[in-house]
Write a protein that binds this ligand. Structure first.
Ligand SMILES: [Zn+2]
Length: 95
């Protein structure tokens, strides 16, 4: 199920209000208070735009997983498109 948002199309994402850093830092603070560790499933698109955020998550001992580059539904993709999406997202972890 997709969220009901005017930003379904990745082409619109640069125009969307930005909450990811502020909201993730709130979550990181709550996790730090309790000493809990979490897995953060990040998009390559986010990792490319906010590499310091991904670094903060990792530096605080949390696991960073990949949820693709644009968060496209796997059953909407061809095998080739899926491979490209995952490869592009994984390349972000090397920056
Ligand atoms: Zn997801």
């Amino acid at each position: 199920m997709r969220a009901d948002t005017p930003y379904q199309d990745p082409a619109t994402w640069d125009r969307a209000p930005v909450f990811v850093e502020k909201d993730t830092d709130v979550l990181l603070g709550l996790l730090a208070e309790t000493g809990a560790k979490a897995t953060f499933l990040a998009l390559g698109w986010i990792a490319e735009k906010y590499p310091a955020l991904i670094r903060r998550i990792s530096d605080q001992g949390h696991e960073v997983g990949c949820h693709g580059y644009y968060h496209q539904l796997v059953y909407d993709q061809t095998p080739q498109a899926f491979r490209e999406e995952v490869s592009r997202a994984r390349a972000c972890s090397k920056t």
